[in-house]
Design a protein around this ligand. Structure first.
Ligand code: NCD
Length: 306
């Protein structure tokens, strides 16, 4: 694997391969010293033009557990603030000798642009509203860990689909592995066209809940909304929030997921996020192993896992 830009590039076989390699790194993560020498001498830079807690820390932890060197670039304290362009910034970073760039940017397509400009491998850690492939991989891993496989599972993705790169990558990955996906959202929070999306759509959350194996809630992305798409957050919660009452409509073994960061009390009730069926912290834990697998597949040149 040279880059990881989109789930679409992986296909079902590529996703399965990542999940298989992740199993080994879950095992490494459970060791007393969760570190292997696999990527010694490699340098990974994280280039985040947007805020992040989980994704950035997760990639940096993954790289360190593989013994790679990590360079950390923060837009807020860099020469970007002096007007340096994206191209000049990455060329400067590349001149220091790096093997992979993990990039998050507010504009869709930036990871492809970078892959064109530099020799290093590029990993998409979220580009605008477009894709977030490692999130989708860790979500698949987490579901597979609980249910064995995604084949035939019914998954509802609920909320701010329109602005969600997580939803786009998850739809591609879940359906590639054989799941049936229903998008649940008010019409204003759906993309203008869903042509080509292999999904069903519903506006009836209560009707969908008893039928699904997984309910995947998205964060209300207020920072991406430039117009009033909702009458109020309270009305959103009353129609589409996973409240305690609604959670009772779920089957006993149904799973509750969220990519974080959560708005507790908006898309998910505080108590629901803490139920045993809620896998939110499990998703975070698996994220490190999935990102170790990706870094290994891209930079490991076919060597030992460690
Ligand atoms: C998401 C993101 O930034 O795309 N978070 C994440 O990476 N876990 C989702 C979000 O911001 O709502």
């Amino acid at each position: 694997m040279r880059h990881l830009l989109s789930i679409a590039d992986l296909g079902a076989d590529g996703i399965e391969e990542v999940l298989r390699v992740t199993d080994s790194f879950v095992e490494v993560s459970e060791r007393a010293i969760p570190k292997v020498p696999t990527l010694r001498g490699k340098t990974v830079v994280s280039l985040f033009y947007e805020e992040s807690t989980r994704t950035r820390l997760s990639f940096e932890t993954a790289a360190r557990r593989l013994s790679a060197d990590v360079m950390n670039f923060s837009v807020g304290t860099s020469s970007v603030k002096k007007g340096e362009s994206l191209k000049d910034t990455v060329e400067t970073i590349e001149a220091m000798g790096i093997d992979a760039i993990v990039v998050r940017h507010g504009s869709a397509g930036v990871p492809w642009q970078l892959a064109d400009w530099v020799d290093a491998s590029v990993i998409n850690a979220g580009d605008g509203w477009h894709e977030h492939p490692t999130q989708a991989l860790l979500d698949c891993y987490t579901i597979r860990q609980r249910r064995g496989s995604l084949d035939g599972l019914r998954i509802a993705i609920v909320g701010d689909i329109k602005h969600s790169r997580v939803a786009r990558s998850d739809v591609l990955a879940f359906t590639a592995l054989g799941a049936e996906v229903t998008l649940v959202a008010p019409p204003t929070l759906l993309p203008p066209s869903l042509e080509g999306w292999p999904v069903e759509v519903s506006h009836d959350f209560d009707g969908v809940l008893p039928k699904v194996d997984v309910v995947y809630l998205l964060r209300m992305q207020k920072e991406r909304q430039t117009e009033a798409l909702l009458p109020s957050l309270r009305e959103y919660t009353s129609g589409y929030g996973l409240t305690r009452q609604r959670a009772r409509l779920l089957q006993d073994d149904a799973l509750v997921m969220h990519p974080g960061p959560m708005n507790r009390g908006v898309e998910i009730a505080a108590e629901v996020a803490d139920l045993p069926s809620a896998l939110i912290t499990k998703q975070v834990a698996n994220g490190v192993a999935v990102r170790m697998a990706i870094l290994f597949l891209i930079l490991g040149s076919g060597g030992d896992l460690g």
